[in-house]
Design a protein around this ligand. Structure first.
Ligand code: VGL
Ligand code: ZN
Length: 214
């Protein structure tokens, strides 16, 4: 990987911060190893961007993606749904709970828009752009396009789920995408991190380190 600096054009670049929430950090219900370590890295990135967008996983109680909503189901097992296969998770990011709050040390004053997703009882939404049926739009693509943003820098949790799906959809919508690797952490079950990186690389996602940007 080259260590050249990534020059930002603030009129067309934005930082998209995915799901840096208590439940994905230390002692959260769906803890991602080292999740909280991305907080200072992302805070340092924010001032370099003219526009910062943030997502929150924001589930109603009894959400379809919770293992607890199904009989005889365990977290990390997969089920068949009307929209395809879905991994089941421990209860997490329930609307209005502390676990669903963004990490308390994450700066939010530079954030222009907070987009909540996964609110549909019957459909999960890993991606910031489309729910897991791959059809229902969150509206974020239209908003970014309307604002003239063409290039997205992605950071947050988890690299192999919500960041991956957001990156793939952003490419599908025609955005240039840069994954800021040290500003992300992964669930990494069954080699899912390596598979996610391969998939993103094939889709034309570029990989960078925050020190190339700051
Ligand atoms: C996520 C699993 C379930 C994520 C959200 O933010 O990566 N993963 N819900
Ligand atoms: Zn979720």
């Amino acid at each position: 990987m080259s260590m050249k600096r990534v020059r930002l054009d603030p009129t067309r670049s934005a930082l998209l911060v995915i799901d840096v929430q208590n439940d994905f950090c230390a002692s959260g219900t769906l803890e991602v190893k080292g999740g909280e370590e991305v907080v200072p890295i992302i805070n340092n990135l924010m001032p370099h961007f003219g526009q910062v967008f943030l997502t929150q996983d924001w589930h109603p109680r009894g959400h379809l993606s919770f293992a607890s909503s199904h009989t005889d189901a365990q977290p990390f097992q997969e089920i068949e749904t009307p929209y395809g296969r879905q991994t089941l998770w421990p209860d997490h990011c329930i609307q209005g709970t502390r676990g669903a709050d963004t990490h308390p040390l994450l700066l939010t004053h530079p954030v222009r828009t907070i987009l909540r997703k996964g609110m549909n009882h019957q459909i999960d939404s890993y991606s910031a752009f489309f729910e897991n049926d791959r059809k229902t739009s969150t509206g974020l693509g239209g908003l970014l396009t309307e604002l003239g943003i063409r290039e997205l820098f992605l950071a947050g949790l988890a690299t192999d789920f919500c960041v991956l799906y957001s990156a793939m959809d952003a490419r599908r919508l025609g955005f240039d995408v840069v994954l800021v690797q040290d500003a992300c952490r992964a669930v990494d079950r069954e080699d899912s991190l390596q598979r996610a990186l391969n998939q993103m690389g094939k889709a034309g996602v570029l990989f960078a380190r925050s020190r190339q940007i700051v």
